[in-house]
Design a protein around this ligand. Structure first.
Ligand SMILES: [Zn+2]
Length: 353
């Protein structure tokens, strides 16, 4: 058991692993042993929103609201399940975003999953039942708007009473939230205009299928909160050919003649959870530099503490080579000098993870 400090106070954490290999963190506050009606949130990890401050979904906000509600009540628990992309993985999530954007909104995230041959919400919740049993939690007041999650938890044998979790929709996540409403989520959505990204962002995708052992999986436009303002980045997902290791490169190309800032950023799950909805200082500083310079790429590594994959992760040098190759392909497209020659001190920090 470990203690973490969050902006909503100190929480205890413990890692759990299910019989099927599923992995999750229990993060709780207060004495819960033998308790009924424990305030709880069953939350699936969202690397892009919780780690990278993307605002095209509502995951970071929901996680933060859950911690806040627990702090207000004085006790409660978050079951943080490492099942990215509704359990289908980061690569599927990126492909989903790409397909939805390419369709101009004609299909939504749940349709996209169906096209990939996936269930619209393929998450499983047996691990939550195991966590409740081991922590001796008898029943939950569950913060959720999702009927599929309620059903899935009941099937897994968790006794729950659902409670709504009300966030603040924005024009950046309105399309995504509308898809959730069509899929039965209990959300109040005011009428609002949907934010449109520029076609120019596609300059941030080198469009090359493979760099070393990394395969390019998908590319889409991501609105990211940088220094309290939204900046659009091109997000390109890569999958390493050793199973289970994925990378996301966020590229910003507002000024094609600027020398790009390049960074590697490792997002560790414990830190992600502790900082709740706020991105880390290291990441924020890098993103601010990229936006103020008008060009740059950040290679983001979701670090789940090697719980998910038993295969060897890519080496720092493989990661640096991926970022360098990606950036060089972009700079070739925009006809400026190679960052290897001209990025100066920025490039020297490339391998700092
Ligand atoms: Zn999300």
């Amino acid at each position: 058991m470990e203690q973490i400090g969050t902006r909503w106070g100190r929480f205890s954490t413990r890692i759990f692993r299910g019989d099927d290999g599923a992995c999750g963190l229990a993060i709780w506050h207060g004495g819960l042993t033998g308790a009924e009606s424990v305030l709880g949130r069953v939350h699936s990890s969202c690397f892009t929103s919780e780690g990278l401050a993307a605002v095209d979904c509502d995951c970071a906000e929901q996680l933060d609201l859950a911690f806040q509600a627990i702090a207000v009540r004085g006790s409660g628990i978050v079951f943080y399940l490492l099942q990215e992309g509704r359990g289908a993985g980061l690569a599927s999530k990126a492909r989903d975003r790409m397909v939805v954007q390419q369709s101009g909104g004609a299909i939504d995230t749940f349709d996209a999953y169906r096209r990939f041959g996936l269930a619209p919400d393929p998450r499983r919740y047996e691990l939550v039942a195991k966590m409740c049993a081991e922590l001796d939690i008898r029943s939950l007041d569950l913060l959720t708007n999702n009927p599929a999650k309620i059903q899935g938890l009941k099937v897994a044998g968790v006794r729950i009473r659902p409670m709504r979790l009300a966030g603040t929709p924005s024009r950046y996540n309105a399309d995504y939230l509308r898809a959730k409403v069509r899929h039965g989520h209990s959300l109040d959505l005011p009428r609002m205009e949907v934010a449109e990204s520029s076609k120019d962002l596609e300059r941030g995708d080198p469009g090359i299928g493979r760099f070393g052992r990394f395969l390019r999986v998908a590319s889409y436009n991501a609105p990211i909160l940088v220094n309290r303002e939204i900046a659009w980045f091109r997000a390109t997902a890569y999958s390493h050919d050793s199973d289970g290791h994925e990378r996301l490169i966020l590229s910003h190309c507002a000024n094609p003649s600027a020398v790009p800032v390049l960074r590697v950023f490792r997002d560790r799950v414990f830190e992600r959870v502790a900082k709740s909805a706020k991105p880390s200082r290291e990441y924020s500083d890098a993103m601010q530099r990229i936006v103020s310079r008008g060009a740059g790429s950040i290679l983001a590594i979701p670090d789940d503490g090697a719980w998910l994959s038993s295969t060897r992760p890519p080496t720092p040098s493989e990661d640096a080579t991926l970022l360098q190759s990606h950036a060089e392909a972009l700079t070739n497209l925009t006809n400026i000098d190679s960052p290897r020659r001209c990025a100066g001190p920025d490039f020297a920090h490339l391998c700092r993870v």
